[in-house]
Design a protein. Structure first.
Length: 442
C-alpha cells in the first residue's frame, strides 16, 4: 500500500473525531443521516446518465431512472409544485440554469441582493474595484449586468420602496431574491408585482432556507410570485451536497430542462440524487418538527448570547426568523480582534462557526477576511438533538472565551464533555450508526 493511503485514512479519522467532539455552528452546513450516507455510497457514483430520466444517453440506467423519478416526485410534494429538476450538482449550478433560462446571452440584466449585505458570490457581477477584479458568477459566466436592490440595515431586509424604484428604472430581465446572510423573509410578494409590471421573471435562491421552506416555515416563494426557486440541498435541507430547481410555471418546463442539460450539465452525480431522495423522504416525515426546532433554537441562541452580553443583531425583531443569527463583535477589536480572529479563537475550543460581514463593515472599511461579525446557524446542532435549554450552555462557552478570556484549551475540555450527549442524528429513519462515525469499508 502506498504510504499516503494510511496517512489519508488517518487524517479522515482525525477529522471525524474532531467533529464528534465539536459544536458545529456553520449556517451553510448540516449532517446527513446514515440512510442518506448509504445511498450516496451506492454504485450510482460510478455511472453516467446524461439527459432527462427515460431519455438517457447511456445504457444501464433503468434503476437510476426510477430513483430519479421518485426524487423528483418527492421534491414536487415537499415544495408543492409541478416541476422539479434534481440534476444541478450544486446551488451555484442551479443558479446558472436559472440565468440561462431568464437572461440574454449578452448584456443580460438582473437585480438581486448585494453581496456585502448578504447576497451570494454566484449572484455577483464581474467588475474591477480599486485595481482588483471581482469575479461574481453571474457576471463572469453569463456577462450579466447586475444592479443591487436597496437594503435597510436597521431591518436587515430589502427596502421595498427603494427596491421597487431600482427595478422600474433598471428594467432587469430577472429579479432574484434570497441570500447567504438571511434572517428574515424577503418581500417577494410586494416586489414580484413590480417585477411582473416590467415583464421580468422572478427567481428565489433558497440555498440556505430550502429546508425551512419545504417544511412550511419562513416564506413560500412559489406562491408569493417566484417563477423559479433554486437551492442547495445540504444546508437547512439535510441532504447530500447537491442542487435542485423547482417551479410552478408549466410553460417554462421544457426550457428549464434544456437550460440544465445539454446547456450546462454532463453527468449529474447520480449517487447524490439517490441521497437527496432519501433526505426528502425524511423531511416529509420529520421536517415539520425538525425545522420548527431549528428556528426555535436560533431564536433561543440569539437570546442566550444577548443575555451573556454579546451584541446579537436584530433584538427588536426577535433576532431571526431563520436558522441563522448574526453577532456584531466589533467591541472585541482591541481585546481579541475581529471576525477572523474570533473564529480562530472559538475553533481552538472546538466551536466551529464562520466570520461574516455586517452592514457597518462598509463604512468602517473592514476587510472581508476579517469582518465585524459572526454568523451562527443551528441546523446541525438541532439535528444532533439539541433543544432550547442547550443554547444557554453554548452561550456560556462564548462568554467564557470572549468576555472572561478563559484559556480555550480549558473550555475545549468542557465542550468535549458537553458534546458527549449529542452523538446521534435525529429526525431520520432509525439506524445503529452514530454521527460522524467513520465508515470502514476495508
Ligand atoms: C451556499 C449558497 C449557494 C451555493 O451553493 P453551493 O451548493 O455551494 O453551490 C448559492 N446561493 C446562496 C444564497 C448560498 O448561500
Amino acid at each position: 500500500m502506498h504510504k499516503k493511503v494510511a496517512e489519508i485514512r488517518e487524517l479522515m479519522i482525525k477529522h471525524h473525531e474532531w467533529f464528534r467532539e465539536s459544536i458545529p455552528l456553520i449556517a451553510s452546513e448540516n449532517i446527513t443521516s446514515p440512510a442518506v450516507d448509504e445511498a450516496c455510497s451506492c454504485d450510482f457514483s460510478h455511472r453516467y446518465a446524461e439527459g432527462w430520466s427515460g431519455q438517457r444517453v447511456y445504457a444501464g440506467c433503468s434503476f437510476i431512472d426510477e430513483i430519479e423519478d421518485i426524487c423528483m416526485d418527492l421534491a414536487k410534494e415537499y415544495y408543492q409544485c409541478i416541476h422539479a429538476d434534481v440534476r444541478p450538482i450544486s446551488g451555484v449550478v442551479a443558479n446558472l440554469v436559472m440565468y440561462n433560462a431568464f437572461t440574454s446571452d449578452n448584456n443580460g440584466k438582473m437585480c438581486c441582493m448585494s453581496i456585502v449585505r448578504g447576497g451570494h458570490i454566484s449572484h455577483g457581477p464581474r467588475y474591477a474595484k480599486s485595481g482588483r477584479e471581482i469575479f461574481g458568477t453571474a457576471g463572469t459566466t453569463r456577462g450579466i449586468n447586475v444592479e443591487y436592490l436597496a437594503f435597510n440595515n436597521d431591518e436587515m431586509n430589502l427596502d421595498i420602496d427603494a427596491s421597487a424604484k431600482i427595478i422600474r428604472d433598471f428594467k432587469p430581465e430577472l429579479v432574484l431574491f434570497g441570500g447567504s446572510l438571511f434572517l428574515f423573509p424577503h418581500p417577494v410578494k410586494e416586489l414580484s408585482d413590480v417585477a411582473k409590471e416590467i415583464g421580468a421573471n422572478v427567481g428565489y435562491d433558497a440555498a440556505h432556507v430550502a429546508g425551512l421552506i419545504g417544511s412550511g416555515y419562513f416564506q413560500d416563494p412559489l406562491r408569493e410570485g417566484a417563477d423559479v426557486m433554486t437551492m442547495s440541498t445540504h444546508k437547512t435541507l439535510p441532504g447530500p451536497q447537491h442542487g435542485a430547481l423547482v417551479s410552478n410555471r408549466e410553460d417554462l418546463i421544457d426550457k428549464l430542462r434544456s437550460c440544465a442539460f445539454p446547456a450546462l450539465l454532463s453527468n449529474h452525480h447520480l449517487h447524490n440524487v439517490a441521497g437527496l431522495a432519501i433526505a426528502l423522504a425524511e423531511m416529509l416525515e420529520y421536517g415539520k418538527e425538525y425545522h420548527k426546532n431549528v428556528i426555535e433554537n436560533a431564536k433561543a441562541l440569539g437570546q442566550a448570547l444577548h443575555d451573556q452580553g454579546l451584541n446579537v443583531l436584530m433584538e427588536h425583531k426577535g433576532f431571526t426568523e431563520s436558522h441563522q443569527i448574526v453577532v456584531d463583535i466589533t467591541e472585541f477589536q482591541k481585546s481579541i480582534g475581529l471576525g477572523g480572529d474570533i473564529e480562530r479563537l472559538l475553533e481552538k475550543a472546538n466551536i466551529i462557526l464562520n466570520r461574516n460581514g455586517i452592514p457597518s463593515d462598509l463604512t468602517a472599511g473592514r476587510h472581508y477576511q476579517n469582518p465585524g461579525g459572526l454568523r451562527i446557524g443551528t441546523s446541525e446542532i438541532t439535528r444532533l438533538g439539541m433543544k432550547k435549554g442547550d443554547m444557554v450552555d453554548i452561550a456560556e462557552f462564548f462568554r467564557k472565551l470572549m468576555i472572561e478570556k478563559k484559556d480555550p484549551k480549558i473550555i475545549k475540555k468542557e465542550v468535549v464533555e458537553f458534546k458527549k450527549e449529542f452523538q446521534e442524528i435525529k429526525y431520520c429513519f432509525e439506524s445503529s450508526n452514530k454521527a460522524y462515525e467513520f465508515m470502514r469499508f476495508y
